[in-house]
Design a protein around this ligand. Structure first.
Ligand SMILES: Cc1ncc(COP(=O)(O)O)c(C=O)c1O
Length: 372
């Protein structure tokens, strides 16, 4: 197997992949209607359910799209026409859920919070109580990648279930990167994609759905390509995707899942956490400040306040680091000047160590000294 140039992606996905995942895409051409491909599809579906700990209660609907497609599929497939979804918005991806609902005229109650700040569960409960008769679902982002904030999935889920509301959880950048258990966490519909912590290639989104609740969505007719129930039923009946799948991306996802099981969930979470701890220690010692409070930090991505130094510019720093093989990411919060570093994908503490050396080299060459 020829090795492929290794770039260390510190953007929050598509993440760095292994050579074995890259090479898994090089397969003989195959018609996706063949049984062999159907069996591959079912094995991927079943293993994603297993990773979410949803065996016996949940299924998994695979879709050809980026992550947003999965979120759009879910919102448009499960919220009844005469009901509303309560959307918690503490970052750009929460806001995106609201935009999706607006595009389809899905009524929503918004709980808008300043990006980076945590959910106030009492306030959430009051909002639920005030709107209870019109609500059917509570939707939120697990790891709000805009800033690196972790929303408490289990507490929000428990509260929603207490009021007999279903949950829609965007776990795009946390699934397979931290401990998620759809039963324990009261997650009825949980969305993620192939190119983040599962460490596959971009092109597949998936919804881990409570099967009984999914089966109740038959009368909801708002979409076509992205109808979750139609996609679920077709795969069940025919062992085929309803529409043309991204064939090679599915082979890569199969390999990525194999590598997830070989590594072991706990080891993956620890590898990610070790990278975060190393990055944190080093950046704090250099005098950097983080946007999100440690208590609410998901520890998968860090939003860092930019240096207010005349010779600093994000683009200059980006271009310097990319020459050395490291891709960093700009900030995404209105008002605050930040840049982001994530610690997901097929990378480890050694890569972070080399990144930090290069990062320090940049600061030194530009004479950027942080105030301690
Ligand atoms: C939490 C979250 N939701 C949704 C998305 C959108 O995913 P995509 O860009 O694959 O459509 C992202 C992308 O980073 C994300 O982090």
């Amino acid at each position: 197997m020829k090795s492929v140039q290794r770039n260390i992606l510190l953007n929050p996905g598509p993440a760095t992949t292994t050579d074995t995942v890259k090479w898994a895409m090089v397969v003989p051409d195959i018609c996706p209607r063949e049984l062999e491909f159907g069996e591959l599809t079912l094995s991927v579906r079943d293993d994603l359910i297993k990773i979410a700990k949803g065996e016996g209660t949940h299924t998994c609907v695979l879709l050809t799209s980026s992550g947003t497609g999965g979120v759009e599929a879910c919102l448009t497939s499960v919220v009844p026409a005469d009901k509303k979804v309560l959307i918690i918005n503490n970052g750009a991806y929460g806001e995106r859920m609201q935009h999706i609902c607006d595009a389809y005229s899905i009524a929503h109650v918004d709980y808008n919070i300043q990006p980076g700040l945590p959910v106030d569960l009492d306030h959430l409960e009051n909002l639920i109580k005030e709107n209870l008769s019109s609500l059917s679902h509570v939707a939120f982002i697990h790891h709000e990648t805009t800033v690196g904030l972790l929303n408490p999935i289990q507490k929000i889920g428990k509260l929603a279930h207490q009021y007999k509301l279903l949950t829609i959880v965007d776990a795009m950048s946390s699934f397979a990167g931290m401990d998620i258990d759809v039963k324990r966490d009261h997650a009825d519909f949980l969305i993620s994609s192939s190119n983040k912590c599962i460490q596959g290639m971009a092109g597949i989104s998936f919804v881990i759905a409570n099967t009984q609740e999914l089966l109740k969505t038959k009368s909801i007719k708002r979409n076509f390509y992205f109808n979750l129930l139609a996609n679920y039923e077709y795969l069940n009946k025919n062992k085929q995707f309803l529409f043309t799948p991204p064939v090679q991306t599915l082979y890569a996802l199969r390999q990525a899942i194999n590598e997830y099981f070989t590594e072991g969930a706990e080891n993956r979470f620890k590898r990610y956490d070790d990278m975060y701890l190393l990055m944190k220690k080093h950046l704090l010692s250099l005098g950097f400040k983080f946007f999100v409070d440690e208590a609410h930090h998901a520890r998968l991505l860090t939003s860092i306040i930019e240096p207010s130094h005349p010779s600093y510019s994000f683009n200059d720093m980006h271009d310097y680091l990319i020459q050395k093989g490291f891709t960093i990411y700009p900030g995404k919060v209105g008002g605050a000047q930040t840049f982001r570093l994530s610690n997901i994908g097929a990378i480890d503490t050694n890569d972070i160590k080399h990144f930090l050396e290069a990062f320090e080299g940049y600061l030194r060459e530009r004479n950027i000294v942080m105030k301690l």
